[in-house]
Design a binder for this molecule. Sequence first.
Ligand code: GRF
Length: 208
Amino acid sequence: MLKLAVMVSGGGTNLQAILDAIEAGGITNAEISVVISNNPGAYALKRAQSHGIEAVCISPKSYETREAFHLALLEKLQSCKAELVVLAGCLIAMPELIVKAYPNRMINIHPALIPSFCGMGYYGLKVHEAVLARGVKVTGATVHFVDSGMDTGPILLQKAVEVREGDTPKILQKRVMEEAEWVILPYAIDLIANDRIRVEDGLVRILK
Ligand code: GRF
């Protein structure tokens, strides 16, 4: 069983998609050991608790320095023996310290087709606002491994979503979640849990 640590900051609909996939058998050979939020008010924590999963808040506000906060995160991940860290709507910029501890063992879901609309400043609704402002006709979501850059790690899975006339950032965000994020994030976890992913020269190969 692959032990997952899921890191969140908000509503946790991606966490819910993972929980549902584990229950329905869409993800096999994996279990969630812990859900960690930097935000005490994150509804994602309640979703974890209602499934009997350990839910902890590690807030930067409780630490005097950023380094102490990062160390607390790392200690929690290590004490839970996490084998795969899943950033599911996690708004913390991952420090080198943690990234280095989980090489090709940490994944993130980004609500656009990387390398478009990613990097510094592209998070949450801002991504969808930028997509609409540029007038692209197709957007989507990407699951990638986390490296020391921002949204630069090896790409695991992508799924395209149509941009429609009359879309607002919120409408588009919802469609991207429903049609792409909630589909590819659980699938990526299942592929890793079943040893079907190889990373070679920064590129991901999916075994049949
Ligand atoms: C999602 O759009 C995800 O791609 C982004 O943050 C949002 C999180 O939503 N990184 P939720 O907390 O999973 O509902």
